[in-house]
Design a protein around this ligand. Structure first.
Ligand code: 5GP
Ligand code: MN
Length: 339
């Protein structure tokens, strides 16, 4: 288990962030004759919003651009509210060869899923991300692990490109910013400045946040009742800092969206007695031993390192991995990784 020191203050973040050399990325974007932008599998608002904002900017420079993600086949419902959906193409028609391939919010090749094979057909590859665990798999890598969202990194790039950030682009960037900061809980110097600037374009921040984070069908409530009833506290885990976890079976979420499943961790992680929270999510009804796992911590434990040790990745305080096996074994493995 990696224990974090007390140096995670915003002042340090701000200075470290300005060291990032964006020049190679700008040169690649300015010279590109065709661009593919790939989001991670099961895209979230930060990945898709970043991709669409960059697509607007390139398209206005008359550069042909496609945005895609390997799975699922359809966009999650809440993300269909973002402007720029015309840039999104189904994974199977993403060009095999392209001048510049850009990945947004992807910490590793594996996060591209079946579209990872498009990397080899690209003349250049540009990785734009903010994950601590990023493996730097591009020919150019812009990875700012101090950034609160990939959308924030894109905003800086668009400014340097001289892009007019209008309400469509602002909507896309705000979607990434509001979700990855947990509605402005996890913020740093500059976060609110960016939000202010985006809101000044006339976008409806309340509505964007409500659509992405605060809208669930009634069936969410009985699902939560069932899932939260599985919650267990392991006070000795994480060297006595405590682990809380819950289990989401496919049968609990029948007919519900990924948005409902992903909401569970935000309730479980609030448990006072546990520094680390985990939600085990059964991946598919027909493969009942495959799980994706969400991890969150508060301030002591680097869950990115824990997730990496279990085959995944993420940020210091929000990470995840995918795994196989009976749930009891998965809990034991997690407790062991936290030891
Ligand atoms: P979430 O719990 O919201 O799905 O993910 C939290 C963070 O962990 C995200 O930043 C996400 O990119 C990362 N993450 C989640 N699952 C995986 C995974 O299977 N592999 C990797 N590399 N990262 C993951
Ligand atoms: Mn992100």
């Amino acid at each position: 288990m990696t224990v974090l020191g007390p140096s995670h203050d915003g002042v340090e973040h701000a200075s470290r962030c300005s060291d990032l050399d964006l020049a190679p990325a700008l040169a690649a974007l300015e010279a590109a004759t065709s661009v593919t932008i790939l989001c991670h599998v099961q895209p979230d608002a930060d990945s898709l919003g970043s991709g669409l904002a960059l697509a607007y900017a390139l398209s206005r420079r008359s550069v042909p651009v496609q945005v895609s993600f390997a799975e699922p086949a359809e966009l999650p419902q809440s993300l269909r509210s973002l402007p720029g959906r015309d840039f999104v193409v189904p994974a199977e028609i993403v060009a095999d060869e392209v001048d510049l391939l850009v990945t947004v919010d992807c910490g590793s090749v594996a996060r591209l899923g079946a579209l990872a094979d498009r990397l080899k057909g690209a003349h250049q590859t540009l990785v734009i991300d903010h994950h601590r665990s990023n493996t730097r798999f591009g020919s150019i890598n812009i990875v700012d692990e101090t950034a609160e969202s990939t959308a924030s990194v894109i905003a800086r790039i668009l400014d340097l490109l001289g892009t007019d950030v209008d309400s469509d682009i602002a909507h896309c960037l705000y979607a990434g910013l509001v979700t990855d900061t947990g509605s402005f809980r996890w913020v740093r110097p500059g976060t609110h400045r960016l939000a202010d600037r985006l809101l000044a374009t006339g976008i409806d921040g309340a509505r964007i946040a409500r659509t992405l984070l605060d809208t669930h069908p009634f069936g969410w409530l009985p699902m939560l009742a069932k899932v939260l009833d599985t919650a267990e506290l392991v006070p000795d885990a994480a060297r006595g800092a405590g682990l809380v976890y819950a289990v989401v079976r496919r049968s609990d979420v029948d007919g519900l969206r990924s948005e409902e499943v992903e909401s569970v961790i935000d309730i479980v992680r609030t448990t006072t007695e546990a520094e680390v929270a985990a939600v085990f999510k059964e991946a598919a009804a027909d493969s009942d031993e495959r799980w994706s796992v969400s991890l969150r911590s508060k301030e002591l434990v680097d869950v990115s390192a824990v997730a990496i040790s279990l085959g995944g990745g993420g940020h210091s305080f929000a990470a995840g991995y995918t795994t196989n096996g009976p749930i009891e074994d998965l809990v034991s493995s997690l407790v062991a990784a936290l030891a």
